[in-house]
Design a protein around this ligand. Structure first.
Ligand SMILES: *[C@@H]1O[C@H](CO)[C@@H](O)[C@H](O)[C@H]1NC(C)=O
Ligand SMILES: *[C@@H]1O[C@H](CO)[C@@H](O)[C@H](O)[C@H]1NC(C)=O
Ligand SMILES: *[C@@H]1O[C@H](CO)[C@@H](O)[C@H](O)[C@H]1NC(C)=O
Ligand SMILES: *[C@@H]1O[C@H](CO)[C@@H](O)[C@H](O)[C@H]1NC(C)=O
Ligand SMILES: *[C@@H]1O[C@H](CO)[C@@H](O)[C@H](O)[C@H]1NC(C)=O
Length: 479
């Protein structure tokens, strides 16, 4: 019995080494717009991001949800948010809800094939119960915050400190800019890591979500931008880029860089009112327009056979979990996403021709929305969300965002675009193609049958009681 057991362990170890599983660095930028990286907009200083993107595969049609928690739920679960109850806005600090505990997460699956797993940065997938926090969802370690935003230096949100090292409140980073804190933690993890064990780091930076804060030296790199907000915002992007540079150097120094897959994506389009920019795409964060959902993303590193290319195939954020599991050579779970690893690595057509942008019936008609992509066609039913328009980066001393909203209650009128022909969503062709509208509406209705109600409870005062008891730091243990 004992002998058998030992034999199995040895065998597992051998296959584990033989498979040479790649290290995986999964970087998420927060609210970074289509026009906020140097390789799309030369006014933004991002030498590391540009270098990695240009030596890797730049995704031209990589879609995300229009806002934070829903996108993050897809990275961890591979499931459409409308099927897990995560489709409505973000998880608030006082809402007793988290990413459903029955879902098996990406790090849980990677751990099973031997990965060390670490999370550094923004969680935003719930924390009211200890079982909700990263170290109970498959991560060996976590340094970061639970909520959707906070001050970059004092790490407080809504009156309480939100910085946690595992289960412990981390008070020792007061006054340190979060990009430095998270970069330093990540390089420390790499320095302490045994390169023979596959490593998975999930690094959802706080950058570049508002509040707009950055050390002067980064903003000062943009003397030609007159607008204070855009200048600081650009500096925030550059600080993050420097962090990614430090991390790739740490991987290099450790001899791990060539064995590492780096996936970089934003979680949604830029918040136009907070100095981000999605030009030439339409609309911003919160919306189903391309500016809210077509994300900046690229992959670089180990295993890619065709690099220095732009990949046009459709990818949805639900695909990243099965794709990374595919790259790791680990067993796949049954999820909504598809494994795009071969498509990306070999520059083959995407395995996807259709996806749901989001389905959210929570506050019809004022906040609910629905949209689908099938081939070239995109159909939006009802309210696409605000803000709308095609704004250029603010460059003047004044805020120059020109925002206007188109409000349409219920499911009509609908918007139909041939995105291949009209990626900027200028020409609504719904009236020319009633047959396509009808066909895609029917398809949305089929998907709607699978929708679960949004988990979006009222604020619970128990959150405050728990935070106060925790020395004015956000705490678990109240649901
Ligand atoms: C943290 O900074 C914010 C400004 O971003 C301020 O409103 C808040 O009072 C500060 N909190 C502490 C504890 O210093
Ligand atoms: C980085 O982290 C290490 C160990 O966690 C610490 O010793 C060092 O002072 C930190 N450096 C900076 C610049 O924060
Ligand atoms: C990157 O490393 C340099 C050199 O150690 C350090 O000065 C800088 O603060 C680091 N940048 C970030 C964003 O952590
Ligand atoms: C902003 O204006 C400056 C000076 O006119 C110009 O050099 C720069 O290219 C402009 N940048 C953008 C983003 O329009
Ligand atoms: C969409 O537009 C492209 C480019 O004009 C065209 O090639 C394609 O046939 C159109 N798709 C459909 C479904 O009509």
């Amino acid at each position: 019995m004992l002998v058998l057991h030992v034999a199995v362990v040895v065998l597992m170890n051998i296959s584990w080494i033989a498979a040479k599983r790649p290290h995986i660095l999964f970087i998420v930028a927060d609210d970074l717009g289509w026009n906020d990286v140097g390789y799309q907009n030369p006014d933004v200083i991002t030498p590391t991001i540009d270098g990695l993107a240009k030596q890797g595969v730049i995704f031209q049609s990589s879609y995300v949800l229009p806002i934070c928690s829903p996108s993050r739920s897809t990275y961890m679960s591979g499931m459409y948010p409308y099927k897990t109850g995560m489709q409505h806005i973000v998880i608030g600090g006082r809402q007793s809800v988290c990413l459903p505990l029955e879902l098996r997460t990406l790090p849980q699956q990677l751990k099973e094939v031997g990965y060390a797993t670490h999370a550094v940065g923004k969680w935003n997938l719930g924390f009211c119960n200890l079982k909700c926090i990263p170290t109970y969802r498959g991560f060996d370690s976590f340094l970061g915050y639970y909520n959707t935003q906070e001050d970059y230096y004092n790490h407080t949100f809504g009156g309480y400190l939100d910085l946690h090292d595992g289960e412990r409140v981390a008070r020792e980073y007061d006054g340190q800019y979060s990009t430095h804190v998270y970069t330093n933690r990540t390089t420390s993890i790499i320095e302490a890591h045994d390169p023979d064990q596959p490593l998975f780091i999930y690094l959802p930076y706080q950058s570049v979500h508002y509040p707009i804060q950055v050390p002067d030296k980064y903003a000062d790199m943009y003397p030609h931008i007159g607008n204070e907000g855009r200048k600081k915002f650009s500096g925030m992007v550059t600080a993050m880029d420097e962090g990614i540079g430090n991390i790739t150097r740490a991987l290099q120094d450790k001899g791990m860089l060539d064995d590492t897959i780096i996936l970089f994506t934003t979680d949604n389009g830029a918040e136009l009112l907070k100095y981000g920019n999605n030009f030439p795409l339409r609309g911003g964060k919160h919306t189903l327009w391309e500016g809210g959902t077509r994300g900046v993303a690229f992959m670089a590193g180990a295993g890619l056979q065709h690099t220095g290319i732009k990949y046009n195939g459709l990818i949805h954020s639900i695909d990243w979990m099965p794709t990374l599991i595919g790259a790791a050579g680990a067993p796949q779970a049954e999820v909504d996403g598809v494994n795009q690893w071969d498509s990306i690595r070999l520059n083959q057509p995407s395995k996807r021709s259709e996806f749901i942008y989001n389905l959210d019936d929570f506050h019809i008609p004022t906040q609910g929305h629905a949209a689908i992509r099938v081939g070239d066609w995109k159909l939006i039913l009802g309210y696409p969300g605000e803000s709308d328009g095609w704004t250029k980066p603010m460059n003047d001393t004044k805020d120059t965002a020109l925002l206007y909203n188109i409000y349409s209650p219920g499911d009509t009128p609908s918007y139909l675009f041939n995105i291949t022909d009209d990626p900027r969503e200028f020409h609504n062709v719904a009236y020319q193609h009633p047959d396509i509208v009808q066909k895609l509406t029917k398809r949305i209705q089929e998907y709607r049958l699978l929708m679960v109600p949004a988990k979006y409870p009222a604020k619970d005062p128990a959150a405050d009681v728990a935070a106060k008891k925790n020395g004015n730091a956000w705490a678990s243990g109240w649901c």
